[in-house]
Design a protein. Structure first.
Length: 126
């Protein structure tokens, strides 16, 4: 009987301790994004993609936690789009998450992560 109680308590402690320090990313949306938040978001995307400028809508990440960025058409020096096949369809998928109250942008393909200090997030509605 004593041995069963000790095993039970040991198992409960191990499970409980595993949850104390481990918090999980939760899909999130932006709450009332200001121009400063949109600027921070564009800067994070520019860093992740290694190119500028990155154009996003004013309501990006306010309705859904997913943001898909596609490379714009390649242009010639006269600013006309080049014709022909685009062999590298450069599409990047990002997720906005919240973890312990901190908003962060994640790149789905490789786990790149950038905390967004100015943004306020809330969990995305199911």
């Amino acid at each position: 009987m004593k041995l069963e109680a000790v095993l039970c308590l040991s198992a409960a402690a191990a499970v409980g301790c595993g949850h104390l320090g481990a918090s999980e990313d939760v899909p999130a949306v932006l709450v009332d994004p200001t121009e400063a938040v949109r600027t921070e978001l564009r800067a994070a995307l520019t860093e992740a993609l290694g190119r500028a400028p990155v154009a996003i809508a004013d309501d990006a990440l306010t309705q859904t936690s997913t943001l898909v960025i596609e490379r714009g058409p390649i242009r010639e020096p006269a600013n006309r789009p080049l014709t022909g096949r685009m062999l590298d369809a450069d599409v990047q998928r990002f997720e906005l998450v919240v973890n312990d109250g901190q908003c962060a942008l994640l790149r789905a393909s490789d786990g790149w992560r950038k905390a967004l200090a100015q943004a306020r997030c809330m969990p995305e509605a199911p």
